[in-house]
Design a protein around this ligand. Structure first.
Ligand code: 5GP
Length: 220
């Protein structure tokens, strides 16, 4: 049984990165590093946050069918390189993608058994508050992001799970609960079921001996 694909989506500013970092600290998941044509922000590292490439490099990989999904988002291309994800799944590892809505819906089509999780802000006004205090965006960009967020929230019904990121630790606990539930689905529990049916002759011989001594009338 291969690994499972988990996709996390949510509006800009909702706290996907923070939730993801906490989840990765607490469970084994292969995080897929996306490729993008967006220039790095201060502090971002190539090969850690993203693979930062030019448009020609991105389009060359696209022509080779090298992406599991891709999308254009506020003027830049973003995509999930297919090979590392397929290798991790084949090794039996669960994989996490953190991508926007269009990409998540492409994954749904290509990998119907993927688990789609939508991270929701408590409200659009709270999202606006977070964007304002983050101090990264000009006022007109904030309105654009809010419009985008509204559209994304209206598409949340296409996802399997919704988590409200109000209290961070609660959102992380919800995420881990979903992972655990998906990992306990019967088809993934095959090895445990097989183990449960095995009988250990030596252990049982010892137990039989105890039984014999207790109930066999040989007690002195
Ligand atoms: P940012 O530029 O703020 O890092 O990301 C912008 C948006 O692109 C976020 O919603 C992020 O989740 C999304 N994104 C990041 N990587 C990918 C990807 O590989 N594919 C798609 N479809 N979206 C991505």
């Amino acid at each position: 049984m291969g690994g499972r694909l988990f996709v996390m989506t949510g509006a800009s500013g909702v706290g996907k990165g923070t939730v993801r970092a906490k989840v990765l600290e607490r469970t084994r998941l292969f995080y897929s590093i996306s490729m993008t044509t967006r220039p790095p922000r201060p502090g971002e590292r190539d090969g850690v946050d993203y693979y930062f490439v030019d448009r020609a490099t991105f389009e060359a990989l696209l022509r080779e069918d090298g992406f599991l999904e891709h999308a254009e988002y506020v003027g830049h291309l973003y995509g999930t390189p297919k090979a590392p994800v397929e290798r991790a799944l084949a090794r039996g590892e669960d994989v996490l993608l953190e991508i926007e809505v269009q990409g998540a819906l492409q994954v749904r089509k290509k990998v119907p058994e993927a688990v789609l999780i939508f991270l929701l802000p408590p409200s659009l006004s709270e999202l606006k508050r977070r964007l304002v205090y983050r101090g990264k965006d000009a006022p007109e960009k904030i309105e654009k992001r809010l419009k985008q967020a509204e559209w994304e929230i209206r598409n949340a019904h296409l996802f399997d799970y919704v988590i409200v990121n109000d209290v961070l630790e609660e959102a992380v606990a919800d995420f881990l609960a979903i992972l655990t539930a998906e990992r306990r689905r019967t088809p993934r529990m095959g090895p445990a079921l097989e183990r449960a049916l095995k009988r250990d002759k030596d252990l049982e011989a010892e137990l039989d001996e105890i039984l014999r001594r207790s109930y066999g009338g040989t007690r002195d």
